[in-house]
Design a protein around this ligand. Structure first.
Ligand code: NZQ
Ligand code: ZN
Length: 384
């Protein structure tokens, strides 16, 4: 196991009815900016629960943060925060609202324009405090330090990470997920699954705790994911999916182990160019990447095949083939297609994608830095 230092400062407040805790979680006297998306929280009653809980606080609102949150929209919120001297941000929504709010919190305290954070031209020193009410289990953003922001005008989707944007708290009420369209539940389960894979499917470093935790999270998602689609109001199923998604990317299973993240890096280009949902891009890239990298990931692929899927064939190559097909079949079972063509993208899109990958300088992806442009091209080609 590698050396590591781990601290996750986000308080998790989990369970039915817990939005009522908001009044105690946000310091009295704060000037709060409530940020949200396209209005789902108004239809499912979450907005009302939040406002009821914040009766004694001053609350301003910023709505309209879109999926794959846009720099252009968020810049308006940054201006509002500065003009209104906001001192606490409350994000209510899915990963896009929370990520967008992390950007707002950091950009509001920056002298130059916030896009410099994404281009790595400005260093974050501090951010406004933020908390969240998560409505879509998927990204893990509710208790991590990451955010992914899209700039429509240049078709760029870039990420940043800084400890100052860990949410101070995250309220996770599984009931607020009942109103999710099936497609978003599918996306969430696939995203969480791939988060575990990015931190697990690399090479062994004798990190038994991280490995067994990761394998258990994968199994929970395999077992509960389809149930979440078939029994949309099963509280226990939703609770397990929600907690699994948080645990998948709160840093815990990633400490002391190598990490990959090439599936995400390549997947972001698919969203930037064609607007595919984040999880759709992962379902396309991961099976192709597993196949392409089967030699360097061999030991972990065999461990995954046996411990997660119970595949015990004599022939290791067949075991790996089956583990890859089972993974693909799981995504398909969750209703997320795994081929570019299934989204109407022809083979020629590989060239466009590669131009994007090269423009971002993504020449050394993966846990060994060996996913160069040729390998990325092979992965996209295999995903057609
Ligand atoms: O905008 P509203 O009206 O709220 O509707 C949203 C949106 O249309 C809807 N929704 C959310 N909760 C709902 C609901 N509809 C009904 N009932 C509810 N309870 O769902 C739609 C999608 O929401 P979005 O926030 O975009 O989805 P998700 O949580 O999957 O977030 C995706 C974003 O997170 C980034 C992705 O790249 C993408 O931009 N990621 C962030 C990560 C992080 N910060 O650590 C890691 C991930 O790998 C990922 O990259
Ligand atoms: Zn993801």
């Amino acid at each position: 196991m590698f050396n590591f230092s781990y601290q996750n400062p986000t308080r998790i407040v989990f369970g039915d009815g817990q939005i009522s805790q908001l009044g105690q979680l946000i310091p009295a006297g704060s000037r709060v900016l409530l940020t949200y998306g396209g209005g789902s929280i108004k239809q499912n009653g979450v907005y009302q629960q939040v406002m009821d809980a914040l009766k004694s606080h001053q609350v301003l609102e910023f709505s309209g943060i879109e999926p794959n949150p846009g720099y252009e929209t968020l810049s308006k919120a940054v201006a509002l925060v500065k003009a209104e001297r906001i001192d606490f941000i409350l994000a209510v929504g899915g990963g896009s609202v929370v990520d967008g709010s992390k950007y707002i919190a950091a950009a509001a305290l920056l002298e130059q324009d916030g896009w410099a954070i994404l281009e790595k031209k400005a260093r974050i020193k501090a951010a406004l405090p933020l908390g969240c009410v998560l409505t879509l289990p998927a990204t893990g953003t509710e208790s991590n330090a990451n955010a992914v922001i899209t700039r429509q005008s240049t078709q760029q989707k870039l990420a940043f990470s800084h400890p100052s944007v860990y949410p101070q708290f995250a309220i996770l009420d599984p009931k607020v997920t009942y109103s999710l369209p099936a497609k978003q539940i599918s996306n969430g389960v696939v995203d969480a699954f791939v988060h575990v894979m990015e931190q697990y499917l690399t090479y062994p470093v004798n990190a038994a705790v991280q490995d067994r935790f990761a394998e258990s999270l994968l199994q929970v998602l395999i077992e509960e994911g389809p149930k979440a689609l078939n029994e949309p109001e099963n509280y226990d199923v939703r609770a397990n999916v929600m907690w699994a998604a948080t645990m998948a990317l709160n840093g815990l299973i990633g400490v002391g182990v190598p990490q990959d993240w090439a599936t995400h890096g390549l997947g972001h280009q698919l969203t930037a160019l064609y607007g595919l949902d984040h999880a759709q891009t992962l379902a396309i890239v991961l099976p192709a990447l597993m196949q392409q990298q089967r030699a360097t990931k061999r030991d972990k692929l065999l461990q995954y095949a046996s411990r997660v899927w119970g595949l015990q064939q004599q022939d290791p190559e067949r075991q790996i083939d089956e583990a890859i097909s089972y993974t693909r079949a799981f995504f398909e079972q969750m209703g997320v297609p795994t081929r570019l063509t299934a989204y109407g993208l022809p083979a020629s899109s590989v060239d466009e994608l590669m131009a994007k990958v090269m423009a971002q300088g993504m020449a050394k992806l993966g846990e060994h830095g060996d996913i160069n442009y040729n390998v990325s091209r092979a992965i996209f080609t295999a995903a057609v």
